[in-house]
Design a protein around this ligand. Structure first.
Ligand code: COA
Length: 167
């Protein structure tokens, strides 16, 4: 058992937005190691494959690796979140709270995870005010309809979205 404080930040990341990147950077600062768990999540019908989503997360946070304190790893997963957390020896699940509307869902998920794994804590970070309205599905919808998503995602993601969605 490691003495390092390891956290896991799970999500579908289809694609990673500026809001996700902000949470990753901030969580990495308070943990020894952060595992970004990219959920395969076929039920959500992602537009990017699991390999693409992992690669996009990797590219988006490359600049954080050396400068931000905690080490960051990106790993795809398909299992129950608490099983994956145990696999990577994480004792903290990091979630971002954007608005009051996120609370019910996060509260329910945190409570169910806590019942199943009382030794794993859920830690919610408040989304930074400039990102609290972002959602990947809305970003995709805007990109698909040729709207400007430059405030919500990086230029790299913007380009990938327009290639993929033909915007
Ligand atoms: N900034 C910007 N957007 C954010 C964000 C932030 N800080 N935090 C969340 N979002 C967005 C996401 O982009 C996503 O947008 P979309 O629904 O429009 O695509 C939305 O908020 C929901 O994100 P999230 O709550 O992270 O859901 P998810 O579907 O990406 O991931 C899992 C959910 C993977 C964490 C969850 O399904 C899980 O744990 N699965 C494993 C199976 C399991 O253990 N289930 C039992 C749980 S009790």
């Amino acid at each position: 058992m490691t003495s390092q404080k390891i956290g896991i930040y799970p999500g579908t990341f289809d694609p990673i937005t500026n809001g996700h990147a902000d949470i990753i950077g901030r969580a990495a600062r308070v943990l020894d190691k952060l595992v970004v768990g990219v959920a395969i999540n076929p039920g959500k019908g992602p537009i990017f494959t699991i390999d693409e989503r992992v690669e996009l997360v990797r590219e988006e946070i490359a600049h954080l690796d050396n400068s931000n304190g905690g080490m960051i790893e990106i790993i795809p997963f398909q299992s129950l979140l608490i099983h994956f957390a145990r696999e990577v020896e994480a004792t903290v699940i990091v979630r971002g709270l954007r608005a009051v509307s996120d609370f019910d869902y996060e509260f329910q998920m945190a409570s169910m995870n806590a019942k199943m794994a009382p030794d794993i804590e859920t830690l919610c970070l408040m989304a930074s005010d400039k990102y609290h309205f972002i959602a990947s599905s809305l970003v995709k919808e805007i990109a698909k309809l040729n709207g400007d998503v430059s405030q919500f995602v990086s230029p790299r993601i913007q380009e990938r979205l327009s290639e993929r969605l033909g915007g």
